[in-house]
Design a protein around this ligand. Structure first.
Ligand code: JF5
Length: 227
């Protein structure tokens, strides 16, 4: 899979793309991530990328020309172009699975107080948000997309079971996890997990997942982010 990123802060991607699961996937060539500096497509000698909003108001807006130029320079009309912004549709696991099936993604990172609407109207195939909060820019949101998608690609997570049975993929939160020691600061591992009775353990885990989801995330039981 190939992922191109268009950003004013390419250096933000350096460590995350060299570290841990993402670093390994990039090194193995499972995903080819290329980060492009939007400033190179800025206007005039000063490489201007922003301007004041029509209609007035505080802050600056990312102009459309540099964003269109950066994406069009990729010369990849088949690529799926995603604009990250708080106005986008909320990203859920099901959407990550659909993105992981695509051959080529382009992630456009907004900045300033907003992005000229013509980017959403005439360039992006979809606008996504990673959650209901405002970031300084779309870069961290793009990293979230890259990590959530890359770990779904074949061969990236060692045990395919850990991708299939994880939180949300089944529409439920995970059951609690425990490892050694059996008692820590007065907190005991539930006896059933030490029993060796695998059917009882499976029943306990299913019950815990259901109860925790009911209490913490009743919205998931309505199928909002489920499979
Ligand atoms: C951004 C205009 C982009 O804040 C975000 C964001 C939140 N969820 N997903 C993305 O992106 C930064 C701010 C303003 C465009």
């Amino acid at each position: 899979m190939r992922i191109d990123v268009v950003t004013l802060f390419p250096e933000l991607f350096d460590a995350p793309l060299r570290t841990s699961l993402l670093g390994r996937a990039v090194a193995a060539g499972v995903v080819d991530v290329r980060v492009h500096d939007l400033r190179l497509y800025g206007l005039g000698r000063h490489r201007v990328v922003d301007d004041a909003p029509y209609g007035g108001g505080a802050g600056m807006v990312l102009r459309p020309e540099p964003v269109f130029a950066a994406v069009e320079a990729l010369d990849a009309p088949e690529a799926h172009v995603v604009l990250l912004s708080p106005r986008g549709r909320r990203l859920v696991q099901r959407r990550c699975e659909a993105l992981a099936a695509m051959a080529h993604l382009v992630l456009v990172c907004g900045r300033y107080e907003g992005v000229d609407e013509r980017v959403a109207l005439g360039l992006a195939d979809e606008e996504l948000s990673i959650g209901d909060y405002v970031l300084a820019g779309g870069e961290v949101a793009a990293l979230v997309v890259i990590e959530a998608v890359t770990r779904l690609l074949p061969g990236v997570v060692g045990n395919p079971g850990s991708v299939r049975t994880e939180s949300h993929a089944g529409g439920l939160l995970e059951h609690p996890h425990y490892t050694r020691p059996a008692e820590f600061r007065g907190m005991r591992v539930p006896d059933v997990l030490l029993s060796g009775d695998h059917e009882a353990i499976a029943r306990w885990r299913a019950e815990q997942a259901r109860r925790t989801t009911e209490r913490r995330r009743p919205d998931l039981l309505q199928g909002d982010a489920g499979p």
